[in-house]
Ligand binder design. Sequence first.
Ligand code: TYM
Length: 337
Amino acid sequence: MQNKKVFLSGIQPTNIPHIGNYFGAVKNWVKSQESGELSSFYFLADLHAITIRQDPKAFREQILSCYALFLAMGLDAEKSALFVQSHVPEHSELAWILGCYAQFGELSRMTQFKEKTVSYKEGESNIGLFSYPVLQAADILIYQADFVPVGKDQKQHLELARNIAQRFNNAHGETFKLPEPYITQNTAKIMSLSEPLKKMSKSDENANAAVFMLDDKDVVIKKFKRAVTDSEAKVEYRENDETKAGINSLMSIYAAAADKSFDEIQKEFDGRGYGDFKTAVGESVAALLTPIQEEYKKLRTDGEYLEACMRKGAEKASAAARPTLNAAREKIGFLQV
Ligand code: TYM
């Protein structure tokens, strides 16, 4: 087993990532690369994405776009293993094995599964949606990950991964490391701009609910101008006050984008209306997105380069995943021929 701490995380290429994905997760991935003391693995979870029907042609393009965006956001194919999940079939094999150590009841209790399927009619749900967290456990455990940088919504899946690992270890002896979530408090849950009690989501039907990483400056400014707040007209962070959910989230976004503290922001907008504040948030996010978008445009058209990086990432990931998979196979009693 390696001595370097292992960081691992993934994102579904179901849409262009939004600023919640960036501030909640990807920003920490980029930071993790700065330290040479870590070994990092970041991937596009295309296997997870097919739990919802995808149009094959659009899906292919979407995966390339998300990968180009990975690089444009600062992920480095030399410093990290940057790969596409289905290019590393070890994940799927371990997922089957771990499925035999996961319990029906615990999977039925997963909030994300319950939320997603509540509106589904008979015949619309599928087994992949149900066993999704088992695949996620395999993604994590196969690299012996120490830390998983994610937003708050993934905490429950992380706990499940730990439970499955523990159960396997109890049955067969120490095989998997128990991973810890790595969550940045203030940006752990960026809220929808139109319904601030709901998290910002890639699949929201309301186009104004999320700011996507490739939104033009005008669109970004307009979306923030329309953001739902409250009638108090006071830029003040109040943690557990639901009436301030909109302002709390806008302050978290502004703090992260402009690198300011809540105190500084409160002073800056003391006695000023929400109009000025929303414009400042929009401007700071647009300023952050512009260089990322410029870099993205250059990379997106270079299919050969993207594929070469993907191949390199898959090779690195596969080499790291194999020993754990082999150890699990051996402990179970599978024959090696
Ligand atoms: P996904 O694609 O929904 O989201 C990617 C990452 O973004 C975080 N995130 C947010 N953070 C703050 N505010 C928000 N509104 C917000 N929305 C999303 C998520 O917490 C996540 O970190 N199941 C995972 C993908 C996955 C994975 C893994 C993650 C597959 N295997 C193994 C970690 C480890 C997902 O659907 O993320």
